[in-house]
Design a protein around this ligand. Structure first.
Ligand SMILES: C[S@@+](CC[C@H](N)C(=O)[O-])C[C@H]1O[C@@H](n2cnc3c(N)ncnc32)[C@H](O)[C@@H]1O
Length: 245
């Protein structure tokens, strides 16, 4: 078992992150239906995903299913100063791990299915991107659709949503997921498969939610209030080393 944990963390991250890999594996064994993967996402996949995000302006980005932070770290490094990153994780142990290791990220323990309430709690009205690595293909259709509806409603008109889709997912469930995205977004594409990941995976990218799936209120500035540092309640300028993980 220990050998397997070491192996998975090495393969998935390209360098040894034993503690995070071990924590992930322990939690995944307890609740396999919530993980759908034996190891955290690897660096190559995280890099591919991070490159999709804005590297200018002050966007608000929400991550659903942050795990041990394999994607969170690279997303955080990619985002310009003044951006906001909210990381949501259901598992209490992993949420604590994230909060302890990523001080510049707003970590919330909670269920992605409560996205509207989580955003309201965080004071976020709109996000430029919602990045997910939820076990989408294991979710019943009605729960998957409820989360997707909430994501589409939370995005700016030219916002982007992503999902990590592993090659081990059942092909019909993967097709259904893609169709569910296509029903809500003008544009859906799959990035090239990252083979150097355990398991190999692709990032599904959906852009521009259909207006029917968006909230109706209009704002002169589509960015969330909280993407503007001067409007954050209790805003403190980031510590010089806030981005270190
Ligand atoms: C495949 S892991 C991905 C973890 C990490 N983002 C990565 O790429 O390594 C899926 C994560 O989603 C979390 N998760 C599953 N269902 C969730 C839900 N409904 N709300 C929030 N997080 C959830 C799990 O606890 C797990 O950490």
């Amino acid at each position: 078992m220990v050998h397997f944990a070491r192996m998975t963390s090495r393969i998935s991250s390209g360098r040894v992150h034993d503690r995070a890999g071990w924590a992930f594996l322990c939690r995944a064994i307890r609740r396999p239906h919530l993980f759908g993967s034996p190891a955290p996402s690897g660096r190559a996949l995280a890099a591919q995903l991070a490159r999709l995000l804005p590297d200018s302006g002050t966007p608000t980005v929400v991550e659903l299913g942050a795990g041990t932070g394999a994607l969170t770290r690279q997303i955080h490094e990619r985002l310009p100063a003044g951006s906001r990153l909210l990381a949501v994780e259901l598992d209490e142990v992993l949420a604590r791990h994230l909060a302890a290791h990523l001080p510049g990220v707003d970590v919330r323990q909670g269920d992605a299915e409560r996205l509207p309430a989580l955003l309201a709690d965080a004071g976020i009205t709109r996000a430029e991107a919602v990045v997910t690595s939820l076990p989408w293909t294991l979710l019943p259709a009605h729960r998957r659709d409820a989360v997707l509806d909430a994501i589409a409603a939370a995005l700016t008109p030219d916002g982007m949503a992503t999902a990590v889709l592993t090659r081990t997912a059942l092909p019909n469930r993967a097709r259904e997921l893609r169709r569910a995205f296509a029903a809500r977004f003008a544009e859906v594409e799959a990035m090239p498969v990252v083979w150097r990941n355990l398991p190999p995976a692709t990032v599904l990218v959906a852009r521009r939610p259909h207006p029917a799936h968006q909230r109706t209120e209009h704002r002169p500035d589509h960015r969330s209030e909280h993407s503007r540092p001067d409007r954050r309640p209790g805003h403190r300028p980031p510590e010089p080393d806030a981005r270190a993980s």
